[in-house]
Design a protein around this ligand. Structure first.
Ligand code: SAM
Length: 244
């Protein structure tokens, strides 16, 4: 699938495609009872530029990690990182659709998806990806959630972008209803959002003369300024759960 050039420019040089950080991802991983020396099979769904895929591989040095994204550009980007880190023997990149992940049932000890489950939908993703997990395997996904009763503006803003934004309590209810034991959650801190948006904003400045990018840039700028004014209301939250 092809992505317009302005999209690449907007995200060029960013080490991630969503607000987050290595520390926050590691905090979520620490909620599992994995031993870092275990030989585990892990999957990173919608891996983007692949930073978390590599982080998983570096954290769990005896594990195999597979990552995929819908777009070849990102598969290639993960492939480059695999080579740079000399991880060809145990990290693998694919171009694949999260709606139809081509892996066997019960293949993975961990299915990980950072800032991607909203594409398939939170509940649908939890249900459809469950088959990929071994029994007692872990799923870690991050999803936009309300941190408190949101303002009418926040509710309205998100209603038009992602209808499954909900409270942490309601997300946990969906997790349990979908056949998982809920383990814990980790809120992506404001600092992670600010670092990400500051870098993204710099890239957007380079697109100011590209008319074809106008709507795209306008939408991203709106998202950034909306976050800055309403960051008490919502965040990405990592949910850590275990297959029942
Ligand atoms: C917000 S980014 C998150 C990327 C990465 N996990 C991160 O946190 O940096 C969402 C990713 O989902 C990918 N994507 C979109 N639709 C997809 C699909 N149907 N299947 C797999 N990946 C998809 C995009 O290409 C993008 O890399």
């Amino acid at each position: 699938m092809e992505i317009p050039l302005y999209f690449y420019i907007a995200y060029e040089g960013l080490d991630r495609l969503s607000p987050g950080s290595e520390d926050t991802t590691l905090e979520a991983l620490d909620r599992t009872d994995f031993n870092v020396d275990e030989e585990l099979n892990m999957l990173d769904i919608a891996c983007g530029v692949g930073s978390s895929t590599i982080l998983l591989a570096n954290r769990f040095k005896n594990s195999t990690v597979e990552g995929f994204d819908l777009f070849k550009h990102y598969k290639d980007s993960l492939d480059e990182k695999i080579k740079e880190n000399n991880l060809q023997d145990r990290v693998f990149a694919y171009e694949m659709d999260m709606n139809d992940p081509d892996f066997a049932n019960e293949e993975f000890d961990l299915v990980f998806c950072e800032a991607g489950i909203e594409i398939i939908g939170f509940e649908k993703g939890l249900i459809e990806w469950k088959r990929l997990l071994k029994s007692n395997g872990y799923m870690i996904v991050s999803d936009i959630s309300w941190l408190k009763k949101p303002s009418a503006e926040s509710r309205n803003f998100w209603k038009n972008i992602y209808s499954e934004v909900d409270t942490i309590e309601n997300k946990i209810e969906v997790i349990e209803k979908s056949g998982y034991e809920f383990i814990d959650y980790v809120i992506v801190p404001k600092n992670d959002w600010n670092n990400y948006y500051n870098k993204l904003e710099k890239n957007l400045n380079q697109l100011s003369s590209d008319k074809s990018a106008n709507d795209f840039v306008k939408q991203l700028r709106k998202e950034i300024s909306f976050y800055r004014n309403n960051n008490e209301d919502y965040s990405y939250v990592f949910y850590v759960m275990r297959k029942d």
